[in-house]
Design a protein around this ligand. Structure first.
Ligand code: NAD
Ligand code: MG
Length: 421
């Protein structure tokens, strides 16, 4: 994918491959940033970084799903040009509340408005921080429009990696990963590269905290509650990704994400459990060098890096004190207990619509688990059963992917009703 090599950055048009120092004129005086998923965990961290640098960044678009009052409160604080609420039923309320607050912010609603906001003139940078498949179309729209795309919404890459690569190539924009592991890898790779092989990269090592149930055996996970699954030892995140971390599906999705973002073959991507979440990922080179990016587990580092790249700005993150941390541990993942990781490698090998089916089944399973209607251990079983029931198609057009996504959701619901409820 076209990452960090965009030709649409404003300024002289000089390539970022230029040797240090990069000309100051390459950088925008102020970036206009659309924060899609503004009321979420990543959205909040992004806005925290933006607020620290009013001379560099402006939140020009804020978008959320249904949390109307939270969105309006953010509008009062950031005074964006545009606010988008995904639920069309809330459009009038949003408009009324913005007017009552005396704000000049325009209101829009619905999926098409989200897409338009991502591609429109109100922003040069898009933070794709919607959770799940709901983020796909706005992510693609931002890529097609050549925006600087700061990607947190890993599900869109998993569902539609090839389409996203095409959209980025067509738009000529820049993708900078926000997922901490991929942001770390981005930082450890040379800024311009024809391929991993040409850069002497042997392997990508994705670190995983192991989640709240690291070290537990299957039998100990039978009665796990949503709150237990969401109590991540190192990161504070939305509930869906927290459950994904607990099942190791998050790492599985990240393996697929790394495949697309860095053109890495599946066998070049290795998962290493690192409970402290200090080493965010590593890149191994042919000469035996291994480069890693370290920091405290705080998403503001990745967000500040991506917002300011290729410069660096303060993220408000506590400095890393290795003496206090003392020890860093590494171990192999327990693939028998946490089967989702292998399911992700399997769909990556299968290709076509298989990762889309995996993602859809996972979204259904996690939502059911969070509602209390599916046991924790049944998440992997439901995904496996859905993969068996919905054969992968080679086509990866948007229509084929949407169809595979819908079919997998329906099938997962059907299997769940029959087998697990
Ligand atoms: P979250 O649940 O805290 O926030 C999700 C955001 O998406 C909210 O603002 C919500 O309003 C919006 N949203 C939900 N459904 C929507 C819809 N149908 N239409 C429009 N907006 C919708 O989630 P999060 O933890 O911030 O994660 C967001 C994304 O970032 C996910 O893809 C996740 O995997 C990824 N990510 C998160 C973290 C983290 O630390 N939280 C780290 C890496 C990657
Ligand atoms: Mg991650």
């Amino acid at each position: 994918m076209n990452q960090g090599t965009g030709n649409r950055e404003q300024g002289t048009g000089t390539s970022h491959s230029a040797p240090f120092p990069v000309p100051r004129s390459l950088f925008l005086a102020t970036r206009s940033v659309a924060v899609l998923g503004a009321t979420g965990s990543i959205g909040g961290s992004a806005l925290d970084v933006i607020a620290r640098h009013p001379d560099r960044f402006r939140a020009s678009v804020l978008a959320a799903h249904r949390k109307l009052d939270e969105l309006v409160a953010l509008c009062v604080r950031f005074r964006p040009d545009l606010a988008v609420i995904a639920d069309p039923a809330l459009e009038h309320s949003l408009r009324d509340k913005l007017a009552a607050a005396g704000l000049p912010t325009r209101a829009a609603a619905g999926e098409a408005a989200l897409r338009d906001a991502a591609a429109g003139e109100c922003c040069d940078t898009v933070i794709a921080a919607i959770v799940g498949a709901a983020g796909l179309e706005s992510t693609l729209a931002a890529a097609r429009a050549g925006k600087r795309l700061l990607l947190a919404n890993k599900e869109s890459v998993v569902m539609a990696g090839a389409l996203l690569a095409e959209a980025l190539a067509a738009g000529g924009g820049t993708l900078i990963p926000i997922d901490s592991e991929h942001n770390a890898i981005f930082q450890c790779l040379p800024p311009q590269r024809a391929s991993l092989a040409a850069s002497g990269v042997r392997k990508i090592l994705l670190t995983a905290s192991g989640g709240p149930f690291r070290g537990k055996r299957r039998a100990e996970l039978a009665g796990i509650t949503p709150d237990q699954a969401c109590a991540h030892p190192n990161w504070v995140m939305g509930r869906k990704i927290s459950v994904d971390s607990a099942t190791l599906m998050n790492k599985g999705l990240e393996v697929i994400e790394a495949h697309w973002l860095f053109s890495a073959a599946p066998e070049q991507i290795e998962v290493v459990v690192h409970p402290q979440s200090i080493v965010h990922s590593l890149v191994e080179y042919a000469d035996g060098s291994v480069l890693a990016q370290l920091g405290n587990p705080d998403m503001r580092t990745a967000l500040a890096h991506a917002l300011a790249w290729p410069e660096r700005v303060d993220a408000g993150v506590k400095p890393l004190d290795l003496k206090t941390i003392g020890q860093l541990q590494f171990e192999a993942p327990d693939r028998d207990t946490f089967r989702c990781l292998d399911l992700a490698y399997q769909v990556l090998a299968a290709g076509g619509t298989a990762p889309t089916v995996l993602n859809a089944a996972n979204e259904i399973a996690v939502a059911a688990f969070l509602e209390g209607s599916l046991p924790f251990l049944a998440i992997a079983e439901l995904i496996e059963a859905t993969l068996a029931a919905v054969p992968a198609e080679p086509q990866t057009t948007l229509e084929a992917l949407v169809y595979a996504d819908l079919t997998a959701r329906r099938e997962a619901q059907r299997i769940m009703r029959r087998a697990f409820c």
